[in-house]
Design a binder for this molecule. Structure first.
Ligand code: FAD
Ligand code: DLZ
Ligand code: SF4
Length: 508
């Protein structure tokens, strides 16, 4: 009897377990653009356009390979509006009772699929290097889960950058070489910008008509939308940017959103690139002598280490993870995150770039937008919604551990052993933002004091009881205690006043 094979928008891979378990002679692939997935957060229009275009092209590719594909566009008259609804409709149309699916990357959708009255086989998502089971086994019995140890296991498992049982070059991690600020030269090559085609054009018109009020600029649309394009983007990165990836990983420049980053997260997460093939290409560049070890190791660690670790944490911690709020932060997300005005140049640059490109690199996400939200005590659920909406690579399995865990410390220390907070000095060191800011990064108090400076101490003192005993934070408290009493009082008073103005909706 015919079975339905579900392929979700972020499952656009040839080797998807659901496709491998099905029979192209007998079964029907179901793909659907649905309102519920497009609207559960106000996704960036470029993200929706990327996904719908890539879905349509993947459906065409499957048809060429001989599959029967039942594809529903968002504007189809009989669109049921949700994935389970579409499955039920197609089950009736094709006389099917059984569905083969690959496990979605979000608890919400896993639960929704399990609730359908159809006979569902939910297969593991084999497109990851570490299985859920393997991660659980690794995590069992450990007092703390630290990425670095997990990453070494993954290096051993894959043999990537290994020399027998030793790491290539003698060290597992070359991070201490990777902290350079970038110069504003003109020699970097931006990622290749895709040209439009009829499928892209049709999707852009649809997204423009259906999501006119979502935060984010739709046109010009420059993402790759099929595997061949994604491979071009990867090869471009390996040739032009990987050699300097490590050194400038943490740098930020107002005039260059990409620097030496790969800008491939959206392609890997949608299934157009395979994480292992990406790591293998990077390792090959090292073998061939075209990229140094600090860059290649740093890059492979992001994918083999962080990406796999984050997925492991998401599934290990369970569906309530996204609601955690260990620091009891309750302030509303300021309007400037959604495009309102701010006088802080760093936030203004990072958010304008996010609006235009649906992209910001890791340090912008962690040390600018994330750092400010944490220092200002913003409700992590609102921060989570923002990140899930605005980045083209955002899916809950990877976004939530990065936001709730790494960035907002709302999980109380599952992902990281200390919160990522910094004063303005860090942003000044790693970027060129501060030069044209309304505030003065060197001012610790006073009318023009950088808000990061004021809020940094305010945050540490608000949470003194929790963090003072943390050996990695003791130095920060000692520095505060060494300040003159008057100065301490002023810093805290001015920080409180800034927070009150933020809550009142004033422009900061
Ligand atoms: P590069 O800097 O070139 O890195 C290469 C690849 O490494 C990325 O494409 C990605 O696949 C992987 N990677 C790097 N860091 C991480 C990480 N911390 N977790 C998982 N994978 C990583 N990444 C997402 O894929 N989706 C998200 O929704 C997301 N949200 C984030 C939210 C916050 C607050 C922070 C701090 C980080 C977030 N990240 C997220 C991780 C990282 O910022 C992005 O993967 C990266 O910026 C994507 O751009 P790139 O392809 O140029 O990455
Ligand atoms: C993100 C997204 C969007 C915007 N739209 C769709 C869609 O219409 N159809 C679909 O199959 N998938 C979509 N997705 C991706 C899903 O939200 C994603 O599969 C889950 O969040 C699990 O990662
Ligand atoms: Fe950001 Fe402060 Fe620098 Fe302004 S002075 S850009 S607010 S870090």
């Amino acid at each position: 009897m015919v079975k339905l094979v579900l392929v979700l928008g972020d499952q656009l891979s040839d080797n998807l377990s659901a496709l491998e378990a099905a029979d192209p002679e007998r079964d029907v692939v179901v793909m659907a653009e649905v309102a519920l997935e497009a609207e559960y957060v106000p996704h960036h229009p470029k993200k929706i356009a990327f996904l719908f275009t890539a879905m349509r092209k993947f459906a065409a590719y499957l048809r060429e390979k001989g599959w029967q594909v039942a594809y529903t566009t968002l504007d189809a008259r009989d669109n049921a509006g949700s994935i389970p609804g579409e499955l039920l409709r197609r089950a009736e149309e094709f006389g099917a009772r059984e569905v083969i699916a690959t496990e979605p990357g979000e608890w919400r959708l896993i639960e929704a699929l399990q609730d359908t009255p159809l006979d569902l086989s939910m297969l593991p998502d084999t497109r990851f290097i570490c299985t859920r089971r393997e991660f659980e086994d690794w995590a069992r019995g450990r007092k703390a889960l630290r990425m670095e140890y997990f990453y070494r296991e993954m290096r051993r498992k894959t043999g990537l950058l290994m020399d027998g049982d030793k790491p290539v070059g003698g060290k597992w991690n070359y991070d201490h070489e990777n902290r350079k600020p970038a110069g504003a030269d003109l020699f970097r090559k931006a990622p290749p910008q895709a040209r439009g085609d009829v499928i892209v054009d049709a999707v852009l018109d649809l997204v423009e008509a259906r999501f006119p009020d979502n935060f984010g600029t739709l046109r010009p649309f420059h993402f790759q939308t099929d595997r061949a394009g994604a491979l071009r983007a990867l090869d471009h990165f390996i040739t032009h940017a990987l050699p300097d990836f490590g050194s400038y990983q943490d740098a930020m420049l107002a005039g260059d959103p990409y620097l030496y980053h790969a800008v491939i997260g959206l392609y890997i997460n949608a299934g157009l690139l395979d994480p292992l093939e990406v790591c293998e290409k990077a390792a090959k560049a090292h073998d061939e002598g075209t990229a140094p070890i600090n860059s290649v190791e740093g890059f492979i660690r992001q994918i083999l280490g962080w990406r796999e670790f984050m997925r492991g944490i998401y599934f290990l911690e369970g569906p309530d993870y996204v609601r955690r709020n260990a620091l009891n932060h309750q302030r509303k997300l300021p309007a400037f995150y959604w495009g309102g005005e701010t006088r802080m140049a760093c936030l203004s640059h990072a958010i304008a770039q996010t609006r235009d490109l649906a992209y910001a690199h890791h340090i912008q996400r962690l040390m600018v937008t994330g750092n400010f939200a944490l220092l200002a005590g913003i409700n992590p659920a609102e921060v989570h919604e923002w990140y899930l909406a605005v980045y083209a690579d955002a899916y809950e399995w990877v976004e939530a551990p990065n936001v709730i865990g790494m960035s907002q410390f709302a999980d109380g220390g599952v992902v990281g052993s200390k919160p990522y907070v910094s004063s303005g000095a860090y942003i000044d060191r790693m970027s060129d933002y501060c030069g044209d800011c309304h505030y003065r990064v060197k001012d610790k108090t006073g009318e023009k004091a950088c808000p990061f400076n004021l809020l940094y101490w305010n945050f540490l003192i608000r949470h003194r009881e929790r963090f003072e005993g943390n050996p990695r934070m003791a130095q920060m408290y000692r520095t505060f205690d060494r300040m003159l009493e008057d100065r301490r009082a002023t810093v805290l008073r001015e920080g409180d006043a800034l927070l009150a103005r933020l809550s009142a909706g004033e422009v900061i």
